[in-house]
Design a protein around this ligand. Structure first.
Ligand code: DC
Length: 212
């Protein structure tokens, strides 16, 4: 594996995606939002009218996903996220996607991967590990503001309930649950701007990648 890997984990709407994109641009590294890979499997199953409970079929679908063609605009739909969190509990799906994610992680000159199990399972040897979090209320507020900005109907209480349900599913599953790696740096962004979180992350990454 490439030694220049920045592994970012955290719950839904913690700000990890924005942070990952900014770090990738800053260091000139390739970026993979691994959530999109689980979403792509769910999307393909939904499009073909297949059951979301058939693990063998979902695993075969996972093997066929082209990481260079993940379309955030299509895959960010709410119902695809719900379906993704169901296929993400399937060990055979995780095995197929994790192998492909590890190959991506080795792309020179370096990579930033964000998800739920990057520092713990996908890239346990990554020199930089960040665990980005924020309170459920702050995350729900950010997600609701994002939805309102794109003209979608928004109900804060419902967004908060969704976030709590997704947290419980992501943290409670037996295979690769969401949790910080022992050696991850914790970044609680509840009371931080994205700029402050970016500065803090750069300081950690610069030190680990010997960039200062
Ligand atoms: O971050 P997201 O909402 O796009 O993720 C979609 C689902 O995929 C979510 O329920 C968690 C799951 N996921 C995962 O299990 N492991 C990852 N590395 C990334 C996402």
């Amino acid at each position: 594996m490439s030694i220049n890997v920045i592994a970012i984990d955290g719950p839904a709407a913690s700000g990890k995606g924005t942070l990952a994109r900014r770090l990738a641009a800053h260091y000139g590294f390739h970026h993979l939002d691994t959530g999109l890979t689980y979403r792509a499997v769910a999307h393909e199953l939904i499009e073909t009218g297949a059951s979301l409970d058939d693990e063998a079929l979902a695993a075969r679908t996972a093997l066929s996903i082209d990481f260079s063609a993940l379309d955030r605009n299509i895959l960010s739909a709410h119902e695809i996220g719900e379906a993704a969190s169901k296929v993400a509990v399937m060990p055979q799906v995780r095995k197929a996607l994790v192998e492909a994610q590890r190959r991506f992680a080795a792309t020179p000159p370096g990579t930033v991967l964000d998800g739920r199990d990057i520092g713990t399972v996908v890239c346990p040897d990554a020199p930089v590990k960040l665990y980005v979090t924020a309170s459920p209320e702050v995350r729900a507020g950010r997600r609701a503001a994002e939805m309102a900005a794109t003209g979608q109907p928004t109900d804060y209480d419902q967004v908060l309930a969704d976030i709590r349900r997704r947290d419980a599913r992501d943290s409670g599953r037996s295979d690769s649950p969401l949790k910080p790696a022992d050696d991850a740096h914790l970044l609680d962004t509840s009371e931080m701007t994205i700029e402050a979180a970016f500065e803090a992350a750069c300081a950690i990454a610069d030190a680990a990648l010997n960039r200062n």
